[in-house]
Design a protein. Structure first.
Ligand code: MF3
Ligand code: CO
Ligand code: CO
Length: 287
């Protein structure tokens, strides 16, 4: 097993063809303010978000077969970047509040917002790959944790539980529930065996990367907003073996568990339907 992860070298900023439309925040300091209240998306908007989600899912599927010991996270970023641009999309993280790369990669104790760099994957690692694509004026966002070779059974169990926790959350979503019930479903699935990271939340998504509605991944009694048909948001639980307290590296982005314990994450973008919800993103099948 590798020791604590350290930052590697981040490569130069990757170019995006001029013909690809950028989100308004790209490489600007003034990120537009979040909308003030959650919205129900119009059918045309839902279809645009759906296409961005399909593109992001396809990009994750292109990246996945490259995940192996000896491969750098920068290489996964290159593969992801090229796939996004090929699909006519802009990689939403690139230039978002200065974020320097096109995808996020999170090895072992990294919770989220890891910057792809010269670090090579090693046998026994887990890695979360988070892809967000901006196309036709809308974002689509998903994340999945992958196993690299022979992973410790305790860590495999964490990854399996995190996947089930996301699916339990989706099963709880329908019009009329309060947002806190989504986190409650995650808590029931985790059943006290692991820590749920509280600092990072799911978010409304559409023309904005992060919209007004936020989705805590634990039962937060203050999350009383009622879910309505037509809302589109992400659910993206981060679950750790240890205490789940967060520390951020000096790069200002990389969030790690303070105790160094492994953390897994699965994310879908979901549309609230008349009777439940539909995942607009799709994960890669793994064995
Ligand atoms: N995709 C991440 C999310 O799920 C956000 C990444 S923002 C970045 O919300 F700047 F770190 F890329
Ligand atoms: Co997200
Ligand atoms: Co994401």
């Amino acid at each position: 097993m590798r020791g604590p992860l350290v930052a590697g070298d981040v490569g130069p900023v990757r170019a995006v063809p001029e013909t690809i439309v950028r989100p308004p925040y790209a490489w600007r300091e003034d990120v537009p303010a979040r909308a003030s209240r959650p919205v129900r998306r119009k059918p045309e908007e839902v279809e645009a978000i759906r296409r961005s989600c399909e593109a992001a899912s396809e990009v994750l599927a292109v990246i996945a077969p490259n995940i192996a010991a000896g491969v750098t996270t920068a290489e996964l970023d290159r593969v992801g970047h090229e796939a996004i641009v090929r699909l006519g999309g802009y990689p939403s993280p690139l230039g978002y509040r200065g974020f320097p790369t096109s995808i996020c990669t999170a090895i072992n104790e990294v919770i989220c917002h890891g910057i792809p760099d010269s670090t090579e994957l090693e046998d026994g690692d887990i890695i979360s790959v988070d892809v967000t694509v901006y196309r036709d004026g809308h974002h689509g966002d998903l994340c999945q944790t992958f196993l690299v070779g022979d992973v410790a059974p305790s860590t495999r169990a964490l990854v399996a539980t995190t996947r089930r926790a996301l699916l339990a959350a989706l099963a709880a979503i329908r019009p009329g529930i309060q947002v806190m019930e989504i986190g409650a479903a995650i808590e029931s699935e985790v059943a006290g065996r692991y820590a749920i990271v509280r600092e990072f939340v799911g978010h409304e998504i559409g023309p904005e990367f992060h919209g007004a509605l936020i989705i805590p991944h634990f039962r937060d009694p203050s999350a009383r907003t009622r879910i309505e048909q037509g809302m589109v948001f992400t659910v993206e639980p981060m679950i750790a073996i240890g205490k789940g307290r967060v520390r951020v590296w000096e790069d200002g982005w990389t969030a790690v568990t303070a105790d160094g314990s492994p953390c897994a994450q699965f994310e879908h973008t979901v549309l609230v339907t008349a009777t439940g919800c539909e995942a607009l993103t799709s994960h890669v099948a793994t064995t």
